[in-house]
Structures are given as C-alpha cells and as structure tokens.
Design a protein around this ligand. Structure first.
Ligand code: FCB
Length: 420
C-alpha cells in the first residue's frame, strides 16, 4: 500500500484507490489489566456510579444485557476485552472485514510504569502489535496519548505541571526510536474533550473543577503536541504527524440572529481555536465526529429524535459541513473516529452508509479526505459509562469474551470493497 499522502482527483464517483478504511480503538478501552490514573479512579467511583444509575430510567435491552449500568463491574475496566492477548485474532477479523488501516494507542503507563524506567517486555508487545498489523497489510495509526497516564505522572500533577511536555517528550523520543517504521502518528486524542470533562465539568479524573486549571491544562497540551511534533519529525523526517480533534456541528436554532452569533462563537471556540494555535505543526487533521448541536441560548441538543443507545443525536449531514469548514486549513483530513452505540445493531448499517455518503459529498467539493476509521473495531470500555455502550463492528460477549461480527460490519466491508 502507498503510505505517502497523495493528491487525488475527487471528481470520480468512487473513493480513490489509496483511501484508508478501518476502525479505531484505544489501549485502555480494550487491552485489559492496565494500571494507570483511570483504573485507580474506576475502583474508587464504581459504586457511586452504580447507585446513580439505579435512579435513572434505562431501555429494557440495556438492562437485560451483561454488564448493565446497574452492575458495579460495568464501571471497572478490569480485563476489558483482553485485546492485549488477543490482538492477532482481532486483527484477523479486521483483515477479514477488508480494513486496510487501524488506529490504536500505545499505553504510556505500560511502557514507562516508573518514572524514567522503560519496560522492555511492553516495548516488545507493541512491536508485535505493529508487526501483526503490517503482516495483514493494515496501516498502523498510532495515538500517543488517549487520556490515560502513568500513576507517577498523575501524582506529579500531570498536565497541570509546567514540565508535563518534557515528561511526555522523553516517552515520545523512546517510542519513535522503538518503532521507526510507523508513518502515521497522532500525538493527542481530543485535548478539549479531556480538559473540559476533567476540569470544567469535573466528571472525569482528576475531577478537579476550575477554569484556571482548564486553561493551564489546554496550554500544556498544546505545548506537548508541539514538542512531540518536532521530535517525531527530527527522528523520522517522513512521518505524518497530527492531532485528533473532536468537532461538533453547531447550527443556529431557527432564524434568530442571536442564535447565529452564538453558533459562530461556539464553532470558533470549540472547533477552530485549538487547531489554529497548532497550524504550523500538523501534517494532517484527525477528525472525530459524533455531535450536532442546534444552538440557542439554552444550548439544547437532540431535538431530532434519532439517537443512539447513549442518546447522542444521529446527524451525518453535520460531517459534511464540518469537513467543508476544515478545508480552509489546506491539510489532508482523516476521519479518525465516527461511530454509534447500538447494541442491537439496528441503526449502525445506515449510520455508516450515511456518514460515508457525506464524506463522499465533501470530497466531490474538493475536501481532501484520506481515510475513515469507524469507532470501534470491538465493543469496549466507554470511560465513565463503562461497558454497556456497544460501539463495536464486532460484538463482545463479556461472559466469555467471544467475538461476534455484527451484520453492519459486513456491510461496511462491502462498501470498502466497492470503494464507496
Ligand atoms: C471519543 C473517544 C473514544 C470513544 C468515543 C465514543 O470521544 O475518543 O475513546 O470513547 O468517543
């Protein structure tokens, strides 16, 4: 497969030949047996989450499944889906589903469990992961920070620490030396989602609400990205380095000019401000698209009743508008995440088709999209929600960890084979 970023003729009706098709995961959500800031937080908060869930109403199919939001073990990642030991089997499935790219993350807490001490066995593990992908002709996209950090780093103040970029830099330097054959690098997953959930809403670890801390963390994440970008390029001149940004399609509610202004503001603040600040240090932009928001003073969402199991609105058209607005950066775009929690697999097929159609529409209007990664290859541990949301192309039976390809995954396979 051609690794290099290419220019393509988007006039054609089908997707270009080198287009990358695949799915994404992150270490903590699938591997199992991680010891990091999240795993410690899960143990402390699981019971309260269960108690809070008892007070809510849940659809029957969610309550009947195992684990459900009412089970304490739902909130503890534990052995997750044991991808750590079953990655070859999982990549076989990806290959069978005709994927030619895969996004995953390297768990910092495994590689550097104690400050400055690098674990050779874990380094070897990710060597095998990357080799396993390459042997199956699947292009690896490596994320370096997908929200979980070593305990020692958390204890030293993590991203609030002025020296945070230096700690991360040391890790990245090693990683790049270990895996120089990787072309596509993602420094940070959704910096603003992490910072706002942890420091504005206070719902994720370290649950420390403060506007000032939010600002400091974002500033340090930006510095971290810039440093990581430079190191990767210094060592691997041909690497392609980018950040993954969660983008929301903000649409003014009705014709009220005030709502229009609010939407403009939200759009700038959430979608563009961070990207603008790192413009010179990104070779591509990773786009995670899940949300549409009809903006009015009350910031209400979800007026349209089509939602996923998690209550997230299904609105593929938004992806088209977002892609169009990102064209201004003149960078290649990858959809690094786009997916739906749908335990019964009722809406996933249509969801995938509709989103791909919107990408195709944007590409016909000269938006330079190079790849699509469905979230996720497997059902997995959805952060503070736990295991009950089912995003996988491949379902997991959490009692046996048996993998089960969902019908929608086969439709996605056909789309890949037909190139659109
Ligand atoms: C994204 C995260 C990813 C997953 C999906 C559902 O914001 O990057 O890890 O949880 O949401």
């Amino acid at each position: 497969m051609n690794n290099k970023l290419r220019t393509t003729n988007y006039k054609q009706q089908i997707f270009p030949k080198g287009f990358l098709w695949g799915s994404a995961t992150s270490a903590h959500q699938v591997e199992g047996n991680n010891l990091n800031n999240w795993s410690i937080w899960e143990e402390k908060t699981a019971n309260n989450k269960r108690l809070a869930a008892i007070k809510k109403e849940w659809p029957e199919h969610i309550l009947k499944a195992y684990p459900s939001p009412l089970h304490e073990e739902n909130y503890i990642s534990g052995k997750a889906v044991d991808h750590y030991h079953r990655f070859k089997e999982d990549f076989d499935l990806a290959r069978r589903l005709s994927h030619n790219a895969h996004r995953f993350s390297i768990e910092w807490s495994r590689i550097e469990p104690e400050e400055g001490k690098f674990n050779k066995r874990e380094v070897q593990h990710y060597r095998e992961v990357i080799d396993a992908l390459k042997e199956r002709a699947i292009e690896p996209f490596v994320t370096l920070y997908h929200w979980t950090i070593p305990v020692w780093f958390e204890q030293s103040g993590a991203w609030l620490h002025n020296d945070a970029p230096k700690y991360f830099e040391r890790f990245v330097e090693k990683i790049v030396d270990f895996y120089p054959d990787v072309t596509f690098w993602i420094t940070i997953n959704e910096p603003m989602v992490y910072a706002s959930n942890s420091f504005l809403k206070g719902i994720w670890p370290p649950q420390s609400k403060s506007l000032l801390r939010y600002i400091v963390v974002l500033r340090n994440l930006r510095r971290t990205h810039e440093k990581a970008y430079d190191i990767i390029h210094k060592k691997l001149p041909k690497a392609q380095v980018g950040i993954v940004k969660n983008v929301v399609y903000f649409e003014p509610h009705g014709r009220n000019p005030w709502n229009y202004l609010l939407a403009l503001f939200a759009n700038y603040f959430w979608n563009f401000q961070f990207l603008n600040s790192i413009q010179k240090k990104q070779d591509f932009i990773g786009v995670n698209y899940y949300f549409h928001s009809r903006v009015r003073w009350s910031f209400s969402q979800n007026e349209n009743k089509k939602t996923s199991d998690m209550g997230w609105e299904i609105y593929p058209e938004g992806l088209y508008y977002i892609l169009k607005s990102l064209r201004a950066y003149k960078k290649p775009l990858f959809i690094t995440e786009n997916g739906i929690a749908d335990a019964r697999d009722y809406s996933r097929e249509q969801f995938i088709k509709d989103n791909i159609l919107q990408i195709q529409k944007a590409m016909k209007e000269s938006v330079d999209v190079r790849g699509y990664f469905y979230w996720s290859l497997l059902d997995n541990f959805e952060w503070d929600k736990g295991f009950w949301p089912r995003f996988g192309l491949v379902g997991i039976d959490y009692k046996t960890l048996k993998r089960n390809i969902r019908p929608s995954a086969r439709v996605y396979k056909k789309i890949i084979e037909a190139r659109g």
